[in-house]
Design a protein around this ligand. Structure first.
Ligand code: UGA
Length: 446
């Protein structure tokens, strides 16, 4: 099929290149001339494992190209994806002006029956607005359908998530549009050994599935983080509690890792937006307020623990290991590490930081802290370490070497990356989230 993807940011680029990977002919469009030039030259503007290879392969094999022009990209396209940004406004609402502008531009180019797919994360009922906008600007009265096809891609594993998803959600008003979408995703649904289910719903339900899924995952994280606090107060181990809970299939073990809270461009924004939308519709979703409140407290827990261990933070050297909101990305949006750095600077601590991918971006926010090439440089002379992102590089650290390099052996693990017993044996004064300082007798599953 011929596909046009408008917006070549994170979602658009992954969607476009993966649709090419499964055999479609795709044009990715973006108004940013620099970005299009970069992509044409084979440079990927974001760090996403595996994406560069998929883009290169599909460009070489002639299934993927980049354009700055919507009319050019839409030529002959049966399916047009809208993947433009929906950044939050000051009040927490999503700014839908890009979606509106693209919908208008698409309407002007319609020549034959086209399925227009809204893939950007949008408030429920945006599909209705997109349809209204296209209808108003559809001067030639060409047949079209608007479909909602939310994405469930995680940064760092987006290519794998696209090609082997748990489910594909399609909100369509007509059987004709649903059939086009089934055909589009057939290579994924059929070829995958698990047979990926395609769920066809109405447009509003599909939009709500996205909100409800992200908010539920965030709720799971805040729930286990709240439990981690009770573990600390009672001497229990949140790792064991999560394991015991997660073995119940009704609960599931995913998203039960306690730590320094969730960040990123999705959960914080989406939970706030869902709450706002629910309010506008007439339902006060207080549960989601609690999810965000718990997360705010959790993000600063590593600094609180550093303060408890060191007493005064002024002039103390704190090594922050990890800046990205999670491993395998250079994304620092809403990253808990940045909240901690802000707090440490308020306390007049001296911050040294490192991250395998996200240091350059962080430099734009905090130009005056010290950035180090690697973890060993970072911890040199530190009064305490704050581990904020569970990068593989950090899991493999030579811990005795880290200990030797530090001024004081205080290690605060905001991601429960290490085993408390092992850290104690190496010689660290080790603090983690929701676990006793030294591990208890192992609990085994038989
Ligand atoms: C999230 C969803 O997982 C995707 O399904 C969705 O498509 C995406 O948002 C989106 O709406 O675009 P993402 O933000 O990339 O994906 O990252 P996650 O892997 O979900 O992690 C989010 C945050 O939660 C990270 O800060 C992570 O460290 C934290 N987290 C995750 C925990 O603290 N504990 C956990 O058990 C899991």
């Amino acid at each position: 099929m011929k596909v046009c993807v408008i917006g070549s940011g994170y979602v658009g680029l992954v969607t476009g290149s993966c649709l090419a990977e499964i055999g479609h002919t795709v044009t990715c469009v973006d108004s940013d001339e620099r970005k299009i030039e970069m992509l044409r030259g084979g440079t990927i503007p974001i760090f996403e494992p595996g994406l560069e290879e998929v883009v290169a392969r599909n460009c070489t094999e002639g299934r993927l190209r980049f354009s700055q022009s919507i009319p050019d990209g839409m030529q002959g396209a049966q399916v047009v994806f809208i993947c433009v940004g929906t950044p939050p406004t000051a009040s927490g609402e999503a700014d839908l002006s890009f979606v509106e502008a693209v919908s208008t531009a698409v309407a002007h180019e319609l020549a034959d029956y086209t399925v227009i797919v809204e893939k950007s994360t949008v408030p429920v009922r945006t599909g209705e607005r997109v349809k209204q906008t296209i209808t108003r600007n559809n001067v030639n009265n060409v047949e079209f359908d608007v479909v909602s096809n939310p994405e469930f891609l995680r940064e760092g594993s987006a290519v794998g998530d696209f090609l082997a998803p748990d489910r594909i959600v399609v909100g369509a008003e007509t059987e004709r549009a649903a059939a086009v979408m089934r055909e589009l995703y057939e290579p994924i649904a059929k070829k995958h050994p698990r047979k990926v289910p395609i769920i066809i719903t109405d447009v509003n339900s599909a939009e709500l599935i996205k909100h409800a899924s992200n908010s539920f995952l965030a709720l799971k994280i805040s729930y286990i983080n709240a439990v981690s606090q009770i573990c600390e107060l009672s001497g229990a181990d949140v790792g064991k509690v999560a394991e015991g809970m997660g073995l119940d299939k009704r609960i599931g073990k995913g998203f039960l890792s306690a730590g320094a809270g969730f960040g990123g461009s999705c959960f914080p924004k989406d939970v706030a937006a869902f709450r706002q939308i629910a309010g506008e519709l007439g339902y006060e979703f207080g549960l989601l307020k609690e999810v965000l409140d718990i997360n705010e407290l959790q993000k600063l827990l590593p600094v609180k623990k550093a303060k408890q261990a060191l007493w005064v933070l002024k002039d103390k050297t704190i090594a922050v290991l990890g800046l990205a909101f999670k491993p395998n990305t250079d994304d620092i949006r809403e990253a808990p590490a940045l909240c901690c750095i802000r707090e440490l600077l308020k306390e007049n601590a001296k911050v040294r930081a490192c991250d395998p991918q996200a240091a350059e971006r962080t430099r734009e926010v905090f130009p005056d802290i010290t950035y180090c090439e690697n973890a060993y440089d970072c911890v040199e002379g530190a009064d305490a370490v704050l581990l904020m992102t569970e990068w593989d590089e950090f899991a493999k650290l030579d811990l005795p070497k880290v200990l030797r390099l530090m001024k004081h052996p205080i290690f605060i693990d905001g991601r429960n990356l290490f085993d408390p017993q092992q850290m104690h044996e190496v010689g660290f004064e080790y603090y983690s989230i929701g676990r006793p300082q030294k591990s208890r007798a192992p609990t085994t599953v038989s």
